[in-house]
Design a protein around this ligand. Structure first.
Ligand code: ZN
Ligand code: MN
Length: 491
């Protein structure tokens, strides 16, 4: 990413995000009673006349979705509209069976559920604030499938199972100055919505992102439908370099919509924007305006669970963690939950934090998993920390055990037993190994008799002979004693 910054050097970058998050905790869709667990189901099996937009069907609002949207708006420090409407956003596209999307709009008498908020997060150990322009509620369109790449596919298939799922649209001001900040923003947004208990970001397609990016002196480019945090960062980094190159050559960057091709890792032009698209918004005549009373807002506010920032402060207070550790752990709800469950079992907050933020993340990365799908449980990590604490395994072995446990799902103590990785601290056993090493390394013994520092070589030989299982302290003591005895008999 350093290269990206160098490429953009001197030119101010402005990035804004438009994020669509499904309210995954809802059982049914936004305007009908079709079940919302459409993933992995046969195409077009979770549909009804309402979400298919058949003539004569009428939408009925899922009120729980409104309450969850209000909670999200409050968590993002937004003003909550007391009165708001649903509007029809008219456009013609195969994923939209009604030819309009029921959404919200901030003009033509409409208002989003939440507006003028902000979200704070850490990036590169610095605190950053991004303003939230609006949070609104709308229905998800269906899902289009292509053969290969979007721009070369000979056909498009459509699955309406997703049509009508409740979506939160969250739009930021263009406050981010590099791709890394965009990624950190999304991470914090995900953690916040997950802490509210309304969202599971681990589900495929639950969070989708459009990003707009402009470089000083160039047009505004919108990148559509990016599916992961990593890809947001990659797509934006690609654009920084592409736009910077154009500007350097004196070519204008045109305002356009581009598509991120995950496989080719490039953005491709979809359409050049001549003017703002006219969606002919007008109030949805089949739904009454939404009234959100002061009382409802107060009740929801009082029912709000602990959010990441409060949890971070508690981690510092309650567990004595450094602020950085507390920030990293609470930036992911699954990780924060895992940490607390593990500490309850092992009572070692700092050790648990170090393992989670270090080796565990590394192994997850190598196995291409996230914590939720990992075979590691809080109890297993607590067990591993306990084994080290009791001196039964060394840190080096513990790392190997962790890898085995995460790969196979076997408890750490079983791995240690099966692999014979238990530390050898039995003095008689070690003494006989020391004897053997002394008789096989006469020259090294002579060196060690003259220079005590040379004894480390002998310790190394004992480690070698035991496959690293010898307890280092006991080994060193036995070798020192043996050398002392030899010195005594020589004088
Ligand atoms: Zn339906
Ligand atoms: Mn939208």
């Amino acid at each position: 990413m350093r290269a990206v910054e160098a490429a953009a050097e001197g030119l101010k970058v402005r990035i804004g995000l438009e994020v669509h998050c499904q309210i995954t905790s809802l059982k049914t869709k936004l305007f009908c009673s079709c079940p919302s667990d459409y993933r992995g189901k046969p195409p077009n099996s979770h549909v009804c006349p309402v979400c298919l937009g058949l003539p004569g069907s009428l939408p009925v609002l899922n009120w729980k979705a409104v309450e969850y949207a209000v909670m999200a708006a409050l968590a993002l420090n937004c003003k909550v509209s007391r009165r708001t409407l649903f509007m029809r956003k008219n456009y013609f596209y195969p994923d939209l069976p009604k030819n309009f999307q029921i959404s919200q709009y901030d003009r033509a008498g409409g208002a989003p559920i939440g507006s003028d908020g902000y979200l704070e997060f850490m990036v590169e150990k610095k605190r950053k604030t991004v303003r939230i322009r609006r949070v609104h509620l709308e229905e998800d369109p269906g899902k289009l499938s292509y053969k290969g790449a979007i721009d070369t596919s000979p056909y498009t298939l459509v699955d309406y199972n997703r049509a009508g799922i409740a979506l939160l649209e969250i739009v930021t001001e263009p406050d981010m100055e590099n791709p890394r900040e965009a990624r950190a923003f999304l991470q914090k947004l995900r953690s916040t919505l997950e802490h509210l208990g309304i969202f599971n970001g681990g589900l495929e397609g639950a969070m989708r992102c459009d990003a707009n990016i402009s470089l000083e002196g160039g047009g505004r480019v919108e990148i559509k439908n990016i599916s992961s945090f990593k890809d947001v960062e990659k797509a934006l980094s690609f654009e920084v370099v592409r736009q910077r190159d154009l500007l350097k050559k004196g070519i204008a960057v045109r305002s356009e919509t581009r598509h991120w091709d995950e496989n080719r890792r490039i953005t491709v032009s979809l359409r050049v924007k001549e003017e703002e698209q006219d969606y002919r918004y007008f109030p949805e005549p089949d739904l009454t305006p939404i009234e959100i009373s002061e009382e409802t807002i107060r009740r929801l506010q009082s029912e709000m669970p602990e959010l990441p920032d409060a949890r971070r402060e508690r981690f510092i207070r309650q567990y004595g963690l450094p602020p950085y550790d507390a920030e990293v752990l609470t930036s992911d709800r699954a990780m924060a939950d895992f940490f607390e469950d593990c500490v309850k079992l092992c009572g070692k907050p700092k050790a648990a934090a170090n393992w989670l933020m270090g080796d565990v993340l590394q192994v997850l990365y190598s196995l291409n998993q996230d914590l939720a799908e990992s075979k590691l449980t809080p109890a297993y990590l607590a067990e591993l920390i306990g084994l080290m604490d009791k001196g039964e395994i060394s840190i080096k072995i513990a790392k190997k055990v962790l890898w085995e446990t995460m790969k196979t799902g076997k408890p750490p103590s079983l791995v240690v037993e099966e692999k014979g990785w238990k530390r050898i601290a039995d003095e008689n056993k070690l003494r006989s190994i020391v004897e053997k090493v002394f008789s096989e390394n006469v020259k090294a013994v002579e060196d060690a008799l003259r220079d005590p520092k040379a004894a480390h070589y002998l310790v190394g030989k004992v480690m070698e002979a035991t496959g690293g299982m010898a307890d280092p302290e006991t080994t060193y003591r036995l070798i020192s004693e043996r050398l002392k005895a030899l010195r005594g008999s020589a004088s």
